[in-house]
Design a protein around this ligand. Structure first.
Ligand code: CO
Length: 222
C-alpha cells in the first residue's frame, strides 16, 4: 500500500520517466485529446482502464462506476457517451466488467444495502431477465461469473439503446459497441464477442430512436 505522503513523490518520478522517453510528452498531452475508445468499466481499484489495455494517457476516454452500469436515468454516463460520440468521435465503445465484482456479488445477496439498493437493483434486474439460464448453473461461483458476463451484455445493450449511438452508427458506421470481461486471476481481457449489429437490429423494433433525425432534434438527445 502506498502511503499518502509518497504519492506526490511517485508523481514526480512518473513525470521524469515520461519525459525521459519523450521530452514533448506533456506538451502534446496538453494540446488535445483524440481517443478512439470510450471505456465504461467498474470503479474497482484492481481494474485500471489504461493499464489493462496497455494504452497511454490520451488514448481512451473513461467512465467508471460500481459494476459498470449504464442506467437510462444516469445523466453522468449518458453525458459521457454523448460527449465521446459527438465531440470526441470515438470509434469503439467498450463495456468492461470483471470477475470477482463486489457490486455483482452484492446484487446476488439478499440484503438491504441502503443507498446502494437502487443502483444494485439494475443488476438484480439483469438476473431476473436471465434467471432461467442462471438458476440452471448449480455451481455458485460459475453462476456469479455468468452474471458478470450477462451484466456486461445488458449494459452494452443499454449503450446501443441510446439515440446518440443509433444516430451516429446510422450516419457514420460507428461507434461499434463491445462487451469485455477482465479476469483478475490471470490479468487477461476476454472479448465476449457480442454481436453488435444483431443486437442493434433486434432492439430497433422497440428502441429505435433514429426517426428523431427528421424532427431536427439536437445531438444531445438520449
Ligand atoms: Co466491480
Amino acid at each position: 500500500m502506498v502511503a499518502y505522503e509518497q504519492i506526490f513523490e511517485k508523481n514526480r518520478r512518473w513525470v521524469a520517466e515520461m519525459q525521459s522517453s519523450d521530452p514533448d510528452f506533456f506538451e502534446k498531452l496538453a494540446r488535445d485529446q483524440t481517443p478512439d475508445y470510450l471505456y465504461i468499466g467498474c470503479s474497482d481499484s484492481r481494474v485500471p482502464a489504461n493499464e489493462i489495455m496497455g494504452l497511454e494517457p490520451g488514448e481512451v476516454f473513461v467512465h467508471r462506476n460500481i459494476a459498470n452500469l449504464v442506467n437510462n436515468t444516469d445523466l453522468n454516463v449518458l453525458s459521457v457517451i454523448n460527449y465521446a460520440i459527438v465531440h470526441l468521435d470515438v470509434k469503439h465503445i467498450i463495456v468492461c466488467g470483471h470477475y470477482n465484482c463486489g457490486g455483482v456479488k452484492a446484487a446476488m445477496t439478499p440484503k438491504d444495502m441502503g443507498i446502494l439498493n437502487p443502483w444494485l437493483r439494475n443488476i438484480r434486474d439483469v438476473y431476473r431477465v436471465h434467471h432461467a439460464e442462471l438458476d440452471a448453473i448449480a455451481d455458485s461461483e460459475l453462476r456469479y461469473n455468468k452474471l458478470v458476463e450477462l451484466n456486461v451484455l445488458e449494459q452494452a445493450t443499454n449503450v446501443i439503446k441510446t439515440a446518440t449511438v443509433q444516430k451516429s452508427y446510422m450516419a457514420k458506421g460507428y461507434p461499434v459497441v463491445h462487451g469485455w470481461v477482465f479476469d483478475l486471476h490471470s490479468g487477461v481481457l476476454i472479448d465476449l464477442n457480442i454481436d453488435f449489429k444483431t443486437i442493434l437490429n433486434d432492439i430497433r423494433s422497440i428502441y429505435d430512436l433514429t426517426g428523431m433525425l427528421s424532427e431536427h432534434h439536437e445531438d444531445g438527445d438520449f
